[in-house]
Design a protein around this ligand. Structure first.
Ligand SMILES: Cc1cc2nc3c(=O)[nH]c(=O)nc-3n(C[C@H](O)[C@H](O)[C@H](O)COP(=O)(O)O)c2cc1C
Length: 321
């Protein structure tokens, strides 16, 4: 068994955290990950209050182990944070922006504050905000993220925020990635894309099928889907998505898209609601090369942990030779 301080802080049995993927990590998936020994985080995304009420109630009811929630910081507000806290999460993740305005309320509620960061400046801000855990997110990640790569970023953040425990995110989809993250000094992996292709994840069957069939070469960081949806994401954040017809048409034509976005928005949103993945985005990270099936969250978590333990044993045996 792997044991880390981070696991103790969160009260979990395995060093795996489900990323709070907006609209994908619903209450059922979060509870499934938590009940299997990881930490499941409900993906509150942009903070739709009705969605949050539905999914947080599901998580609170179904989880028998610690679970949590995540919000996109630059779109959050006190009301939304308090709404989440009323459901009694054990952990609260803030990502993409300054966590300080919400840190006090989260910690006063007895919640572990998890801050996801994309660079060293963000890591120091998280430390100063009182983060209990810092997630170092590399650009390999699916969905929104920054520019730095997981391999050099993780140990740099570990050094910068010590002794605060760090989790690694971005490009981790199996036990080899988890073992590598631990070798970099991280105490857990925060995993998104791999859990998207999971039976309990929200999201269309077609999106999951594309993730299971896709390759990392076909993912790209882009602002196209934010522009068409009218989300004014601050620099340097872009979203990593699988290439599809819509992305093919507009990627590197962003100024032209800006001029047409208002007219394209309703048809785009309708296509997204129908699960049309030729138009709607499928956020996915570079590690999709390693994803070939759509298992349950519990069996996936068990296989990632078992493979990581086996990798660590093999490394140990190699050293003994
Ligand atoms: C479909 C999807 C949606 C995401 N939505 C969010 C989000 O709402 N908030 C957030 O903090 N991170 C979000 N992320 C990023 C994750 O927190 C995490 O950093 C990333 O999934 C890790 O990389 P991986 O996808 O390679 O595992 C999302 C990722 C994906 C794949």
């Amino acid at each position: 068994m792997i044991h880390t301080t981070l696991m103790k802080t969160l009260g979990i049995r395995h060093p795996v955290i489900l990323a709070p993927m907006g609209g994908v990590s619903g209450g059922r998936l979060a509870a499934a990950v938590s009940n299997a020994g990881g930490l499941g985080l409900v993906g509150g995304g942009y903070g739709d209050p009705a969605w949050l009420d539905t999914e947080l109630a599901i998580a609170a009811k179904a989880a028998t182990q610690p679970w949590g929630v995540g919000l996109i910081t630059w779109t959050a507000n006190q009301q939304r944070v308090e709404q989440c806290l009323r459901y009694g999460p054990a952990a609260f993740m803030l990502s993409f922006g300054d966590p300080r305005p919400y840190a006090r309320a989260i910690k006063a509620a007895g919640c572990a504050l998890i801050c996801q960061v994309q660079d060293l400046a963000g890591a120091l801000l998280a430390r100063d905000a009182g983060a209990d855990i810092v997630v170092a997110q590399g650009t390999e990640a699916g969905g929104h993220g920054g520019l730095r790569s997981t391999f050099p970023l993780v140990p740099a953040v570990v050094d910068a925020v010590a002794p605060i425990p760090v989790a690694a995110a971005g490009g981790i989809a199996d036990g080899r990635g988890l073992a590598a993250a631990l070798m970099l000094g991280a105490q857990a992996a925060l995993i998104g894309t791999r859990f998207y292709a999971c039976s309990e994840a929200l999201g269309s069957d077609e999106a999951k099928r594309r993730i299971a069939a896709g390759h990392g070469d076909e993912t790209v960081r882009t602002r196209v889907f934010d522009i068409v949806r009218g989300y004014d994401w601050p620099a340097p954040y872009t979203g990593r998505a699988l290439r599809n017809d819509f992305l093919q048409r507009w990627h590197e034509h962003e100024p032209e898209l800006q001029t047409q976005a208002a007219a394209l928005r309703d048809p785009f949103l309708s296509a997204a609601a129908l699960g049309d993945c030729d138009t709607a985005m499928v956020w996915a990270g570079e590690a999709i090369d390693l994803i070939h099936d759509i298992p349950s969250a519990a069996s996936l978590l068990a296989s990632i942990v078992a493979q990581a333990e086996s990798q660590i044993r093999q490394a140990h045996a190699a050293l003994a030779l």
